[in-house]
Design a protein around this ligand. Structure first.
Ligand code: CP3
Length: 318
């Protein structure tokens, strides 16, 4: 999920020298942060240090990361006219630093490297709301009242994401992950009508042969639809038991998950018993990627994260 971040002292030290966006845009530094996290943690794969909002910045949304408040987009897209005015983004040309970071990280790593992007719905939610949101009122309002503008916006984002991920793959990403982090706010009918067709277009547009991890949170009501949308791996969060979630998406796809990241704040014995539970539910089947159900939170004890990784290696060794 996330690897580098504010919970890690090495990352905080780098952040004293760079703002978050400057760090993302400096390929040497971003590659270094990626590799340092892998070395510190001992994980089996790396995820490139970047952010889902980098690809929407060239759309003129006025992206800023303000301390403590998360991302702010100063020029949100809220009406059909705003959508019509949005510039098309030539993803392979617009964010060269991401691809350079992928190339450099790949050259330095001994484990596979995961590239990633936000999925169109989650990107649209930031672009429309102008930041994070609790109820997604503006996002859903555009969907319900201006469906054509909604679909135009999602088509634009889909095209950009396809170009963005294929360029990461060309630069050396071994797998790609689509973060549809906030799609769980949707009713199944809304997902079917306003998201599913775009996800299908997106996933069909990706370079064949590269595994696609399709991730969301709060998606217990959407798992079958996410499966229908596509992906070789479906992300599960902790609101569902791993075996029940796997049953629902089908054993012919892989699953990723699903430890609650907040468990890492508890004692190591508790982390261990929950890890054992998840691995028991996977029953040694092929196609389970042990992971957190969502990203690591600031202030998570690093020694607990390392203890978790060590215990997964110990308990799942064949
Ligand atoms: O190297 C890695 O491990 C990559 C990590 C990574 C980041 N962003 C770095 C980051 C990943 C996978 C992302 C994706 C991302 N960005 C998502 C999807 C993942 C998810 O958790 O669902 C989302 C929703 C975003 C948007 C975003 N960027 C948010 C909500 C925030 C947090 C704001 C805050 O202050 O808490 C960010 C900032 C961000 N992205 C940080 C990091 C390490 C913290 C910024 C800092 O250093 O101050």
């Amino acid at each position: 999920m996330r690897q580098a971040g504010r919970y890690m002292p090495e990352y905080r030290a780098v952040r004293e020298r760079y703002s978050f966006l400057d760090l993302c845009k400096d390929a040497d530094a971003a590659a270094d942060v990626t590799v340092t996290a892998v070395e510190r943690l001992g994980v089996d794969a790396a995820i490139i240090f970047a952010d889902i909002l980098l690809i929407v910045e060239p759309m003129g949304v006025g992206l800023e990361f303000t301390k403590g408040d998360g991302p702010v987009l100063h020029h949100p897209v809220r009406t059909a006219a705003d959508v019509a005015r949005m510039p098309e983004v030539d993803a392979p040309a617009a964010v060269p630093f991401v691809y350079d970071a992928v190339r450099q990280a790949k050259a330095a790593l001994k484990v596979p490297l995961i590239g990633f992007s936000g999925a169109p719905f989650t990107l649209a939610s930031y672009v429309i709301e102008g930041g994070g949101s609790r109820n997604y009122i503006r996002t859903k309002s555009l969907m319900y009242s201006e469906p054509e503008a909604w679909h135009t916006l999602l088509r634009r984002l889909t095209t950009a994401v396809v170009g963005y991920l294929n360029a990461q793959i060309a630069a050396g990403a071994d797998a790609v992950q689509l973060f549809d982090s906030w799609v769980g706010c949707l009713a199944p009918d809304d997902y079917r009508q306003f998201v599913l067709p775009h996800m299908q277009t997106l996933i069909r547009g990706l370079t064949p042969g590269v595994p696609v991890i399709h991730f969301g949170t709060g998606t217990c009501g959407l798992l079958e639809l996410m499966r229908q949308a596509g992906g070789d791996v479906i992300g599960l969060d902790w609101h569902i038991e791993l075996d029940a979630g796997w049953q629902r998406v089908g054993h012919d796809v892989a699953v990723q998950g699903n430890l609650d990241p907040v468990v890492l704040f508890g004692p190591v014995e508790e982390i261990r018993s929950r890890t054992v539970r998840i691995l028991e539910q996977a029953r040694g089947r092929h196609g389970h990627i042990f992971n957190l159900g969502h990203g690591i939170l600031p202030n998570t004890p690093v020694d607990h994260v390392i203890a978790l990784i060590d215990m997964v290696h110990e308990l799942s060794s064949r």
